[in-house]
Write a new protein. Structure first.
Length: 169
């Protein structure tokens, strides 16, 4: 008798789980369908692309750069991210890095020492977040700048490019 009661309880639990799963799938399908219908109706889609999500080492006197492009058929392009130097706390307090977003041609001039971007006047920091928004179409470069630094920097960072893409020609 006891085994039968356990079997009934287990059956009820399994049945409840199956019914709950079916309800969850139906609700998710409805939510996805509504989102898809909204995309089709508006003719736009919000896209997020990872530019970097990594731990990088920037040698003293050097920089690391990552290229990305904003296509002509997008609007409201914004690159956002954060970074944190993970080193000896004493070194971190002494000097940080700078984060720049430059148009590709400006980056070439800057890397050749021909031009100083406005952000170059900013003080280096050991950690922070950044946001560069409403970028017009074009090629860009995200720069982690340690050209002024006397020590190598290990940096945990991530940056994403978000924009609204038009689905209509």
């Amino acid at each position: 008798m006891r085994a039968r009661n356990i079997a009934i309880i287990v059956g009820a639990i399994v049945g409840g789980l199956i019914i709950s799963s079916i309800i969850a799938v139906v609700m998710l399908s409805t939510t996805m369908q509504n989102a898809f219908e909204k995309v089709l109706e508006e003719g736009t889609l919000t896209i997020t692309e990872t530019v970097i999500n990594d731990t990088i080492t920037i040698s003293a006197g050097e920089y690391k750069h990552y290229e990305f492009e904003v296509e002509p058929n997008v609007k409201n392009a914004i690159i956002e991210g954060n970074f944190d130097i993970i080193e000896d706390e004493e070194k971190v307090l002494e000097e940080g890095i700078k984060v720049l977003v430059l148009e590709y041609d400006d980056f070439v001039r800057w890397s050749n020492g021909e031009e100083k971007p406005d952000a170059e006047d900013d003080e280096p920091v050991a950690s922070g977040s950044f946001s560069f928004g409403l970028l017009p179409p074009g090629k860009y470069v995200l720069v982690y700048d340690n050209t002024f630094g006397a020590n190598d920097k290990t940096v945990v960072t991530n940056a994403v490019l978000s924009y609204i893409a038009s689905l209509k020609p």
